[in-house]
Design a protein around this ligand. Sequence first.
Ligand code: PRP
Ligand code: ADE
Length: 185
Amino acid sequence: MTDELTGDSGPGVAALVASRVVDVPDFPKPGILFKDLTPLFADGPVFRQVIDVIIAHHGGRGGFDVVVGVEARGFVIAAALAYASGVGVVPVRKAGKLPRVAHSATYDLEYGTATLEISEGAFTPGQRVLVVDDVLATGGTAEATLDLVARAGGVVCGFTVLMELAFLAGRDRLPGCDVHALMTV
Ligand SMILES: O=P(O)(O)OC[C@H]1O[C@H](OP(=O)(O)OP(=O)(O)O)[C@H](O)[C@@H]1O
Ligand SMILES: Nc1ncnc2[nH]cnc12
């Protein structure tokens, strides 16, 4: 089990995450094995432990100035991280949802193409940004998000996911970034 004080993520937290993931074959398209992490979000003690481990990995409270969450499942994690750390949260949203778009980025993911956007005035220049999502797969979403954060004046200090699908090599698209996955498949 994870030590909440040291944030030691070790095998304990990986097993915990794995125990709360449901594999859904052929969603949203035939051939995709979808990793459904909503059972983890629904388990209060596990969710809290996961949040504490992520904060500890990224330097504890004070290790980052703002959290970016990627629509939609990243929002759940980002809001919890921000609240627990006493910092704000900035949403990166799918196209057409934000009223004051500053920057857009289009990318491919495991099962399609999408465009992400960030608002005007998202950061003060040089703010240290922790980016969070539930899954790292091909890395298209993460690469686009890191690009948006940089164009908006933020400095990415880390990228965190609950689960990394290593066989899709998404990490290779994020050179120089502190990529942290609580569990890897
Ligand atoms: O590494 P990639 O291949 O880019 O895939 C990872 C992304 O795919 C999923 O989001 P999705 O686009 O399905 O959106 P949702 O959270 O709104 O369901 C997941 O939440 C990540 O954001
Ligand atoms: N297989 C998968 N499961 C959950 N989210 C994903 N995002 C991209 N691929 C995914």
